[in-house]
Write a protein that binds this ligand. Structure first.
Ligand SMILES: [Fe+2]
Length: 151
């Protein structure tokens, strides 16, 4: 019997999990991967370590208020990415930040929110980018939610 290895880099797993799930993943089970391997690795983690609209895992029913909406506008080489999470901001329950990752899950930019003043909406300006972008929205109670868009 062939045992399937989870193919996603340790760094990618840490970014996806916001650091909290690092103890669950050992270096021996992680290997560098790109392309379809990366997507397979993400599919294996979706609904368990991070959540998506299609894979809400234990947070089923929270999809609409936690999965970030993404709008991308491209004009020439300039790209404007806007993300919004339809989530309230109170002293005990709020969106901590949005993280923008490139198609290989490398960190690009982030927007940290002040729970007192901000709505969970972010704007990211990029120069000369094409391909997939991921947005991670982190709730202080309901973990990390990921959505993506193509530029
Ligand atoms: Fe939440």
């Amino acid at each position: 019997m062939v045992r399937r290895t989870l193919e996603i880099s340790r760094r990618q797993a840490l970014v996806l999990a916001g650091g909290g799930a690092a103890a669950l993943l050992t270096p021996a089970t992680l290997a560098h991967a790109t392309g379809n391997d990366l997507r397979d690795g993400m599919r294996a983690l979706a609904g368990k370590i991070f959540y998506t609209t299609d894979r809400p895992g234990r947070w089923k029913g929270k999809e609409n208020s936690h999965s970030p909406m993404i709008k991308v506008d491209k004009k020439g080489g300039d790209v404007l990415v806007r993300a919004a999470t339809q989530h309230g901001m109170s002293g005990t329950h709020y969106i901590i930040k949005h993280i923008l990752l490139d198609g290989e899950l490398n960190f690009v930019k982030e927007q940290i929110f002040d729970k007192t003043f901000d709505n969970p909406r972010s704007r990211f300006e990029l120069n000369d980018y094409s391909g997939r972008l991921f947005v991670v929205s982190i709730c202080n109670q309901h973990d990390n939610w990921i959505n993506w868009s193509e530029v």
